[in-house]
Ligand binder design. Structure first.
Ligand code: NDP
Ligand code: 1BO
Length: 318
């Protein structure tokens, strides 16, 4: 694993463990198993509603000496109802308390979409706050202050298109450490890859295995999941690997950080071993052909009728 300590502090391990949908009652054991296997990077979020149990597992591992805090990379995310500048620090402090940490390695804006403070998931249009009424740069400036206060080492974003990245780069005093976005062979996002390489912003690939779903895209005749796609399966057979390992190795070969989620010991191990698989340039070029531009998470839950947000506005690059 690429994990070079600088000044005794961890840099981001390129392969981390996702924790979305890891239920309370099972996530703690998954974290403990992952630590034993060698995972040092954990991707968390307050909205995943499991940070307390993750904190208990991390704290136990640190106190028994399995791992030192400075060997870990812990990321978490600011939820959409805490974008007002005055809400950022309390939200981060809640996450720190739940995770039993005094700082995060990375704190991310979860979505470029804002809700009213007392709303966890809006059901009505008036429960959103339009971007014009709470510009994301205000949230970003409050995040920048959290770095100065020592509550997080780095800050970044998720689900930002290049237009929003440019806005932060032009108006913020720090550039995002990473943009965490959906990336896998069905959604390769070449323009974003190019933009972030040019701007020295790292990309983190979420849902790298397809998030346990198959695209429902009759228009593209693509109802097969990534894990069952013939090109992925055949490459896996050729390399005596599994389809999941090919998908993780694909992300690492593209120099992205990747955070597959599992709660099962055998899969945690399988996914971690993917770091040893190499994919050739020709094999990567062959996989370019299966890009469908398909999002498993298109943000449509933020775009009910009357919402100030639309799916097109979330992702469009105009
Ligand atoms: P993934 O693509 O990581 O897929 C997870 C699914 O694949 C689960 O159902 C898991 O089941 C299964 N799985 C894991 N390993 C294997 C394997 N080796 N073989 C077969 N199936 C496997 O999906 P996620 O959407 O969870 O994305 C990963 C992480 O990215 C999230 O957990 C979260 O941390 C982050 N994320 C961030 C988002 C954001 O907005 N910033 C949005 C979405 C995700 P099981 O657990 O039973 O093994
Ligand atoms: C609303 C989905 C969040 C996943 O990170």
């Amino acid at each position: 694993m690429t994990h070079t300590p600088i000044d005794g502090l961890a840099t981001i391990p390129r392969l981390g463990l996702g924790t979305w949908k890891s239920k309370r009652g099972e996530v703690g054991a998954a974290i403990t198993a992952a630590l034993d296997i060698g995972y040092r990077h954990f991707d968390c979020a307050s909205i995943y509603n499991n940070e307390k149990e993750i904190g208990t597992a991390l704290s136990a591992a640190i106190s028994t000496g399995t791992v030192r805090r400075e060997q870990l990379w812990i990321s978490s995310k600011l939820w959409n109802n805490a974008h007002a500048a005055k809400h950022v620090r309390p939200a981060l402090e809640r996450t720190l308390k739940n995770l039993q940490l005094d700082h995060l390695d990375l704190y991310l804006i979860h979505w470029p979409v804002s809700f009213k403070a007392d709303i966890t998931f809006p059901k009505r249009p008036e429960q959103f706050i339009a971007a014009a009424d709470l510009p994301i740069i205000e949230t970003w400036r409050a995040m920048e202050k959290m770095v100065k206060k020592g509550l997080c080492r780095h800050i970044g974003v998720c689900n930002f298109n290049t237009r929003r990245l440019i806005e932060l780069e032009e108006n913020g005093s720090q550039k995002p450490y990473t943009n965490q976005i959906e990336l896998h062979p069905f959604l390769q996002q070449p323009q974003m890859i190019k933009y972030c390489a040019k701007s020295s912003i790292q990309l983190t690939a979420y849902s790298p295995l397809g998030s346990g779903k198959a695209p429902q895209r009759e228009d593209l005749k693509a109802t097969v999941s990534l894990l069952n796609h013939p090109k992925i399966v055949n490459l896996a057979l050729k390399k005596q690997a599994t389809p999941a390992q090919i998908l993780i190795a694909w992300a690492l070969t593209r120099q992205t950080i990747v955070i597959p989620k599992s709660i099962h010991h055998a899969r945690l191990m399988e996914n971690f071993q993917a770091q040893h698989i190499t994919i050739s340039t020709n094999e990567m070029m062959d996989l370019c052909q299966i890009d469908l531009g398909h999002r498993f998470l298109d943000g449509s839950f933020f775009a009910p009728p009357g919402s100030p947000y639309t799916v097109n506005n979330l992702w469009d690059e105009s």
